[in-house]
Design a protein around this ligand. Sequence first.
Ligand code: NAD
Length: 356
Amino acid sequence: MQTVIVTGGAGFIGSALIRHLIANDTCRIVNVDCLTYAGHTATLRDIDQDPRYCLEQVDIRDRSALDRLFSDYQPDVVVHLAAESHVDRSIDGPAVFIDTNIVGVFNLLDAARTWYESLEGELRARFRFHHVSTDEVFGDLLPDAAPFSETSPYAPSSPYAASKASADHLVRAWQRTYGLPTLITNCSNNYGPWHFPEKLIPLVILNALQGRDIPVYGEGHQIRDWLFVEDHARALHLVMQQGTIGSSYNIGGHEERRNIDVVTTICDVLERLEVPHPEGVNRFHDLITHVADRPGHDRRYAIDASHIERELGWRPQESFESGIEKTVQWFLSHGDWCQGVENDQTRQRQGLGATA
Ligand code: NAD
């Protein structure tokens, strides 16, 4: 049985990957997550009793803890997702993004390299270090420009994107200089179940349900390429198993949408499902409120996913329209999870421990 370390497995995409691996692989999974404000054990409540799964509450900034993990679990694969992931937070407080997304990646790479150099034969041939990154490393795409390919130049705009770009460069250097067998994936915006409420799509759904303003940056004309999170998990699984060492793969949904259109679509779905309006609200659309734009806001991201499609036969299965409807339905039926996450936020602000 292979052992896969998934870092950041209590977050949005990491938890989707773990659920996918439990259902579609025979591997043992070690979730390495220090449970920041974005990590919740409740997100994994449907699989956390599985004998093939365990959680190690470890911070990737702690190098000696990482060395212990490698020698305790002897992983065949590391899939690295743990990160500070919210652009707005990176603008307000960039330091933790540098610590986790750059120094943390250095720690993990170096611990992986030490482990890899101790391996021989089949174990050595099997080892992979898969780094999960974002399309934001490529920066601002002009409206008529071709989508980002794997050879697009790096031009990150936000502290978050710059920290992820730095990490990608470190991963490439560890492959080229030390021969660590690495893989990199750069994915577009994800959405779906268990998405932390600070991000656009869950924020819109939850604010609408509670009758709160739905904030839209500027005119909302920024374009993102949306991918249902389960399609991303499938792509990660394929790359981890069959990707060519030293390669990077762009992953995207071929679903470019303006932010304002995403928000309107969600309001349309809520109306179509006849979700009761909060008191004093006639139509969910009336809650849309334009606010001052984010500094340095990129206008467009779009992904050319032909490399992974050609080489590994991956294609997204979920259209944006059906994925959004599934996502809205999920949030409507998981009020307890949303409430638990919100309670944790309040407790953290008050300096108390998390509960969810
Ligand atoms: P998330 O914020 O939902 O989850 C991040 C997880 O990492 C949390 O569980 C958190 O507790 C953990 N973590 C943070 N700092 C840590 C540390 N120092 N040590 C150990 N664990 C730590 O993020 P997400 O949206 O699931 O994104 C996962 C990865 O995918 C990130 O690397 C992100 O850059 C990348 N990505 C995200 C998207 C997207 O649309 N969300 C798109 C492309 C790539």
